[in-house]
Design a protein around this ligand. Sequence first.
Ligand code: SAM
Length: 275
Amino acid sequence: MTMISGSERIIANLLASRTGQELTNSRSWRIGTALSGIFREKGISNTDQLVCMLDEPEHSHLSQQVVEALLNNETYFFRDRAMFDQLAHRVLPKIANQRAESKSLRILCAGCSTGQEALSLAMIFLEQTGRWTDWQIEITGVDVSHSAIATARSGIYSQFEVQRGLSVAQMLANFSETPMGWEANENLRQMTQFKVHNVLHPMTTNAPFDMILCRNVLLYFDQATRQNVLTRLLENLSPDGWLMLGAGETVADRNSPLMPVEKGINLFRTIATDL
Ligand SMILES: C[S@@+](CC[C@H](N)C(=O)[O-])C[C@H]1O[C@@H](n2cnc3c(N)ncnc32)[C@H](O)[C@@H]1O
C-alpha cells in the first residue's frame, strides 16, 4: 500500500475538513494526478511546494482550487440506467398519486456534480408527458464544487459528455448544438436549478423535498459523516418522501428511521412501502 506523505496528509485533511471526503492511503495516488494542472499553473512540481504556497496570503484562493481539483465529479446521463428505469416506471407513478391534489413536486439532487443527474430526471418527466401536464416540477441540484455548479448552470456539454448515457434520439430531442457545445433545451432548464451547497451543513428551503437523490456522494465519507449527512438530508425530506442512494450505497445505521423500500434498488423511506 502507498503511504501518504506529510504534505499529502495536509492536503487530504484540507479536503476532509471542507467537504467530508476522505482520501485514504489507497486513494492517495489521486492527489498528484488531480493536482497536476495546479502544479503546471503555479510552476511547481510537488505537494511540499504546494503546501508552502497555501500559507501565503497572495494565494488565498488556492485552497479552494485544491479542494475542487480533488473532488471526484464523475457523472453521466442516466448513470445506473436500471435505477432510473425503476424511478420512471415504479416510483414516479406512486408519487404522482401521492401528490395528485397539489400537482407539485420538489426533488433534490445532492452532490449533483455538473448536472447530468438532474437533467436525466427532467428528461423522464418530459418523456412522460400525459402524466405530468399542469404539474409544477422543481429539480434542485446542489454541489460543494463551484466549478461543477457553473457547468450545471451553463447547461452546456461537450460532444463526449452529451453522448455519455444518451441515445442519439434523446440528445437531439433535448439539446441544441451551439458553438460552445450542446446546450440543454429551455424546457429542461425551466425544471432545473443549481446551487453551491455543502451537504455537511444545514440547508434552508421553502418546503421539504418529495424525493432526494444522493448518489455516489456518501461513498468517500467516514461512517460518522455519512450518518450526519443522512440526518441533514432527512431534515429536508417530506415525511412521506423518498431517498435514493447510489448503487452499492446503503443506510448502515440501525437507529436511522430510513428503511429500504426494496432490496437491490437503493431506495429508502421512513414509512413501510410496497413498490
Ligand atoms: C461522483 S460525483 C456524483 C454525481 C452524481 N450524483 C452521480 O451519481 O452521477 C460526487 C459529487 O459529490 C460532490 N460532493 C462531495 N462532497 C460534497 C459535500 N460535502 N457537499 C456537496 N457535494 C459534495 C462532489 O463535488 C461531486 O460532484
